[in-house]
Design a protein around this ligand. Structure first.
Ligand code: GYE
Length: 329
C-alpha cells in the first residue's frame, strides 16, 4: 500500500545541493562544512515515544534526515510541553538553521515561537498544530487532517447502524488532553454522529495515546457503564490496551463491543485482520521525506505552502488482511 502524498511539495523536488544556510545560519552551526557547500542543521523536538505511530514517525524523520544529508539534532520531550520549550530554546542557542517540532498540545507556544522568530530561525510544525493566532510564527504545517479522520470514523459507524433504530452506546478513549489530534478527532466524529440522536457517547476520557492507559480506562468504563456497544479510540495503541480489558471482562472485542481506531500501525492492522477491531482510519507517520524537503526550501528562503496535508485512507477487516504483508510500519 503506497502512501499517496500531497503533490504540492513533491512537485518542487529538485536539486539536492543546498547552497546557503539562509538567515538562520549565523555561521556557528556544527553543520557548516565550509567551502560554500554547507549542509542544513535541523533541531527536531519530538513529542515522545507514546505509541507505535510515534516510533514509526521518529524512524521516518531520522532516516530521511540521513538520506537528505540534513544534520539532525533530535530531542524527545516525553509528552511534556516544558521539555519541548526547553529543547526549542536550546536549538535557538545553538543557532540551528531550522527548527521542526510536533507540539504535544495546541496552546501556549507564542512566546518561544517569537524567540525563534527574533533569532531569524524558521520553524516548521510537523504532525500536530498550534492554536497561535499569529501564523507568521511558523513557515508551514505538515500533517494529517485530524477532523477529517474523526469524520471518517463517524461515517463508518453511521453506515454500520443504518438499519437500526436502537440506541447505540459509545465509549470514547481520547488522545492526550489538549492535543490537536484529540481535539479534532473528537470534533469530527461528534459532528457526524450528532446528526442522529440514537448515537450516544456514554463515557469519554483520555487514555493519553498509550496502551497502558487505554487498558486502565477501558477497565473503568466496563465497570461503570453497562451495555457498551462501541468503542471509539483516538489511536490504535489505546484500542489495543482496551482489547485486553474487554477480553479480561469476558467479552469478545469486535463482536460484543465494536471497535474503531485511528492510525493503522502494524499491531492495529493485525488486530483488525483478526476481527478484534472493526474499522481503522489511517494516519500516516511517514512525514520524514516531505519534512526534509520543506526544511531545505525554507532555509533557502523559498516559498512553501503554509499547509501540507497528507493523504490517507481507511481499512475494513478484509482490506487489512490484504494490506498487512506490505505494511511499512
Ligand atoms: O495518532 C498517536 C500518537 O499526533 C497523529 O500521536 C499523532 C498521534 C497518533 O501518539 O498514535
Amino acid at each position: 500500500m503506497l502512501k499517496r502524498i500531497s503533490a504540492l511539495v513533491l512537485a518542487g523536488l529538485t536539486a539536492l545541493a543546498v547552497t546557503s544556510c539562509g538567515s538562520g545560519s549565523g555561521g556557528t552551526t556544527s553543520a557548516s562544512s565550509g567551502g560554500g557547500d554547507s549542509t542544513v542543521t535541523m533541531g527536531f523536538s519530538q513529542v515522545g515515544a507514546e505509541s507505535g505511530w510515534r516510533t514509526a514517525n521518529t524512524k521516518s524523520v531520522q532516516e530521511s534526515a540521513k538520506t537528505a544529508g540534513v544534520t539532525l539534532k533530535f530531542s524527545d520531550a516525553q509528552q511534556k510541553q516544558e521539555n519541548q520549550i526547553k529543547a526549542i530554546r536550546s536549538f535557538i542557542q545553538q543557532r540551528v538553521d531550522v527548527i521542526a517540532f510536533s507540539p504535544v498540545v495546541e496552546s501556549g507556544w507564542d512566546p518561544v515561537l517569537k524567540e525563534a522568530q527574533n533569532a531569524k530561525i524558521p520553524v516548521i510544525l510537523t504532525d500536530r498544530a498550534v492554536d497561535s493566532k499569529d501564523t507568521t510564527l511558523y513557515k508551514t504545517f505538515l500533517g494529517s487532517d485530524f477532523i477529517e479522520e474523526g469524520k471518517k470514523a463517524g461515517q463508518w459507524l453511521v453506515e454500520e447502524y443504518k438499519d437500526s433504530t436502537d440506541k447505540v452506546n459509545i465509549v470514547e478513549l481520547q488522545g492526550t488532553t489538549g492535543s490537536a489530534p484529540a481535539n479534532d478527532r473528537k470534533a469530527g466524529f461528534q459532528e457526524v454522529i450528532g446528526a442522529d440522536t440514537k448515537f450516544q457517547i456514554v463515557a469519554t476520557q483520555t487514555g493519553d495515546f498509550t496502551r497502558a492507559k487505554g487498558k486502565e480506562v477501558m477497565e473503568a468504563f466496563l465497570k461503570s457503564t453497562p451495555d457498551i456497544d462501541v468503542l471509539y479510540a483516538h489511536n490504535d495503541d489505546m484500542g489495543l490496551g482496551a482489547i485486553e480489558a474487554i477480553e479480561g471482562a469476558g467479552k469478545v472485542p469486535g463482536k460484543d463491543i465494536k471497535i474503531i481506531t485511528v492510525d493503522a500501525v502494524k499491531d492495529g492492522m493485525q488486530a483488525l485482520a483478526d476481527g478484534k477491531i472493526n474499522f481503522i482510519v489511517e494516519c500516516s507517520p511517514l512525514l520524514g521525506p516531505q519534512l526534509m524537503d520543506l526544511a531545505k526550501k525554507v532555509v533557502k528562503g523559498e516559498e512553501v505552502p503554509t499547509r501540507v496535508v497528507t493523504e490517507e485512507t481507511t481499512f475494513t477487516q478484509d482490506q487489512a488482511k490484504q494490506a498487512l504483508p506490505s505494511r511499512q510500519y
